[in-house]
Design a protein around this ligand. Structure first.
Ligand code: SF4
Length: 235
């Protein structure tokens, strides 16, 4: 696939998106832990409740897990998430002597990922969210929408597990395009390329989509010749 063509079409449809700092990296990490297995609305409420209750991350680190769980009940799985939050805060303090992880911006992307992944409960998606949203690094968190849409498009193979998809997508997309691409793929997955009954007839990617080409009759599919993935970032 011509990645540049794909990104141009997404940007034409959904508009340009540029990263700007909205939260420090540790806050993104805590909010991402709270977002696991729940809706954005519930995790935002839990995050706001946590900060309203304790005021800052150092106080959260010294609070007991039951009190943390009580303050984040709206986010679901509160006992598990409370312990996870305590564990990462403890780990960060042991490693760094304070509660900031903004230093990760000075590391290479693989080094920063590795540092985050050493923490209990931090997988590739959580690490990617911290680096992309908290620090503006070119990490591609692969959520359910990104995974589904990029598989259908043929950017990643049908048998590739989600944990490997992060690195593959990052290798295909120019670093300065990763942020907007991530947001566009999620928007496209929610609006058009839905899990059930994708709206291919409304999709601006229909001529370059591997899924759509595979559904076409042999005579139709010969019209589409542009489905090989470039191995170098071109987006
Ligand atoms: Fe998804 Fe269909 Fe668009 Fe392909 S053509 S990206 S399967 S909606």
């Amino acid at each position: 696939m011509n990645i540049k063509e794909l990104l141009n079409r997404l940007e034409s449809e959904y508009g340009p998106r540029h990263w700007e700092s909205r939260q420090d990296a540790l806050s993104v990490l805590i909010e991402t832990i709270l977002s696991q297995n729940t809706s954005d609305t519930n995790s935002h409420r839990a995050f706001n409740s946590l900060l309203a209750t304790f005021g800052n991350w150092e106080t959260v680190a010294h609070a007991n897990a039951e009190d943390i769980a009580h303050s984040i009940e709206q986010g679901g799985l509160s006992k598990i998430k409370a312990q996870r939050i305590k564990n990462v805060l403890e780990h960060i303090h042991q490693e760094r002597g304070d509660y900031s992880i903004d230093f990760l911006a000075c590391l290479s992307l693989p080094e920063a990922k590795m540092w985050l992944r050493k923490m209990p409960g931090v997988g590739p998606k959580t690490a990617g969210c911290v680096l992309l949203f908290g620090l503006g690094m070119p990490a591609m968190p692969v959520d359910t929408h990104v995974f589904r849409v990029t598989k259908r498009l043929g950017l990643i193979g049908s048998r590739i597990p989600v944990d490997q998809a992060h690195d593959i997508l990052e290798s295909l997309i120019l670093p300065e395009k990763v942020y907007s691409c991530h947001l566009h793929l999620i928007e496209h997955g929610r609006r058009v390329c839905r899990a059930q009954n994708p709206r291919c007839h409304q999709c601006m990617l229909v001529e370059i989509c591997a899924y759509q080409i595979s559904q076409a009759t042999p005579s139709e599919s010969t019209k589409s010749q542009d489905i090989k993935i470039s191995q170098s970032p071109t987006g």
